[in-house]
Every structure is written in structure tokens, then in C-alpha cells.
Design a protein around this ligand. Structure first.
Ligand code: HEM
Length: 290
């Protein structure tokens, strides 16, 4: 639009007026120093200076070599001032270290955690120091149900035994999920029937139940503070044994272990079998039922 403002023609600023300057690489040739040429001219000038420096260095080197040949005492060799600096392996290592430090510090600044709040398996000790795996019988597994505070607390799911000692509040005596301690109640994990499905018998689960079982297996395997300690060997299930019937009735307390307790408490109040006091364990309640 400048032609509108200056219809007579855009006047160049005085310092922008093109002039001819010698080509830095060939002084016999004149080239325009217009703005478009400036980076090129500057680069050429730089290259020219570098070449001159290099030639001077070569001359000094030759002179030095001659002096050495004459047996004269010369100082240490002068490095080529124009030689390109090699990054090399150490340079790469330094670059990586500084990048890591920057990423860690940015994480701390942005999220308050050096590792950007990552808590996946790569930052868990069990990934690098795997626990020696044991083989349990059902009877040995039952010893780790939390009733002995000096023993670790184990639960099993579909054969895999996990140390859940870090959560005694939930799995220990009196905890809402004590029913799972010291046993493999895989079916209850799948169906949510905490009263009648405390068994490793997972025959004929429907798709949803199967997904639930897989979910819980993954939950324990990937938990930050639980870790697998081995496998429990089960007595094989006789195919003729009946499959545990579904528990989906409002009275059964499906899915919510607290409901099981409430139900047992109700029974106690009605003067039925000696049920646990409120706050007693769900599993105890279940045992009475079995
Ligand atoms: C298939 C059904 C279910 C299964 C297998 C199941 C299993 C579990 C397990 C294993 C835990 C402990 C997790 C841990 O180690 O941190 C848990 C926690 C919990 N569940 Fe369930 N659950 C089920 C359904 C329910 C339902 C329906 C409710 C409530 C109506 C419920 C309420 C809770 C509560 C409140 C906790 C936290 C307990 C605590 O930390 O003491 N759950 N559940």
C-alpha cells in the first residue's frame, strides 16, 4: 500500500541506498550491499576471515615443523583456531544430563513432583527387586489372614498371592474386606457375593463377572504398595460339584461387604445363631453361615 501514500514512488531511506562493495571472497568483483545480500556478505566475510586464520595457522605450523626438524626447542603445538569443535560422546552425555535435569526441575515446578506425578511400575521398588515367589497350600495361606500381627497379610485371587500388609485397616481383622484375607475368594471378586462366593471356583462366570475378576487381578498386580509373593495350589474342583448359585437377591448384601455385616447383625438381633458384634469381621459372619 505504500504506493498509495507515496504515489510518486517509495523513496528509500538514505542508509538503505544500495552501493557497491567488493565481494569479500574476490575483491576484484563488486557486489551490491542491498539488505537481501547482507547475510550472504556477512557469511562470506566470516568464511574469508576463517580461511585467512587457517592459512596463518598452517604457516605457523610449517615454521614450527621446520624448527623441530632443525632440532630447536619449540613450545607446545598450537591447535587450529578454525577447527570445528567435535561434540563427541561426552558432549552428548552432558546434553542428555542437562536435558534430564531440566525436565525434572520443570516437573517439580509445574506439578510439585520431580517425576511429573508418575507412579507407574518404573518407579516402584518391586520392579527392580522382585520378591522371591513361594508356593502356598490353602492351609499355609490361611496363616496370613492378619490374625497374627507379626505375620504379613496375604490375599489371593485366582491363584496369585499378594502381600497387602500395607493396608491392614481394610484387610486385617475388623476391616471391611477382611473376608478376602488368607484365602482365594476369586469368585467373590467377580460376582461381589461376599457371603456365598468366597471360593476359588470360577466356573461359569458371565462376561461381566469375568471382566470384574480381571480388573481386580490387575488392581493387585499393579498396586503401588501390594506385591505378589507367590501362588496358591488349590485342591482341584470336582466337575460334578455344583456351581455356587448366584446371590443376586436383596437379602444377600451383594456387592457391599458392609451390607453383609448389617444382615448378620440383623440376624443376631433376631436371636438367630451367635453373630459377630457390630464391628466384627465380615468373614467371621460368613464363616458362621457356611
Ligand atoms: C464386585 C464388587 C466389589 C468388589 C470385588 C470389591 C472389592 C473391593 C476391594 C478388594 C477393596 C479394597 C481395595 C484396596 O485394597 O484398596 C474395596 C474397597 C472398597 N469398596 Fe469395594 N468391592 C466391590 C463393590 C463395592 C460396593 C458395591 C461398595 C459400596 C456400596 C464398595 C465399597 C467399598 C469401599 C467403601 C471401599 C474402601 C474400603 C476401605 O478402604 O476400607 N465396594 N472393594
Amino acid at each position: 500500500m505504500s504506493w498509495l501514500l507515496h504515489p510518486e514512488g517509495v523513496a528509500k531511506k538514505t542508509d538503505e541506498v544500495d552501493s557497491l562493495v567488493p565481494d569479500p571472497t574476490n575483491p576484484n568483483v563488486m557486489v551490491s550491499n542491498k539488505s537481501a545480500n547482507k547475510p550472504f556478505l556477512a557469511y562470506k566475510q566470516y568464511r574469508h576471515k576463517q580461511e585467512k586464520k587457517h592459512e596463518e595457522w598452517v604457516a605457523r605450523k610449517l615454521e614450527r615443523d621446520e624448527r623441530i626438524a632443525r632440532g630447536e626447542d619449540v613450545g607446545p603445538a598450537e591447535p587450529d583456531p578454525t577447527a570445528e569443535v567435535e561434540v563427541g560422546l561426552w558432549g552428548l552425555v552432558k546434553f542428555l544430563i542437562s536435558t534430564i535435569v531440566i525436565v525434572l526441575l520443570t516437573g517439580k515446578f509445574v506439578t510439585g513432583s520431580y517425576i511429573w506425578e508418575y507412579d507407574g511400575k518404573w518407579v516402584q521398588a518391586k520392579t527392580y527387586f522382585p520378591v522371591k515367589q513361594q508356593l502356598f497350600s490353602e492351609r499355609t495361606l490361611a496363616l496370613y489372614d492378619g490374625s497374627d500381627p507379626n505375620k504379613p497379610l496375604y490375599i489371593a485371587i485366582d491363584g496369585d498371592v499378594f502381600d497387602v500388609s500395607s493396608n491392614r485397616l481394610t484387610y486385617g481383622p475388623g476391616g471391611s474386606y477382611h473376608i478376602f484375607a488368607g484365602r482365594d475368594a476369586a469368585r467373590a471378586f467377580a460376582t461381589g457375593c461376599f457371603q456365598t462366593h468366597l471360593t476359588y471356583d470360577i466356573r461359569e462366570l458371565d462376561e461381566k463377572e469375568h471382566r470384574s475378576l480381571i480388573h481386580w487381578k490387575k488392581f493387585f498386580a499393579e498396586h503401588k504398595t501390594y506385591f505378589k509373593v507367590g501362588t496358591v495350589m488349590h485342591v482341584p474342583i470336582d466337575p460334578m460339584d455344583p456351581i455356587p448359585p448366584p446371590c443376586k437377591s436383596p437379602k444377600s448384601g451383594d456387592g457391599n461387604p458392609a451390607a453383609v455385616q448389617d444382615q448378620k447383625q440383623g440376624e443376631a438381633n433376631e436371636g438367630s445363631k451367635s453373630a459377630p458384634k457390630r464391628g466384627g469381621t465380615t468373614r467371621d459372619a460368613v464363616r458362621e453361615d457356611l
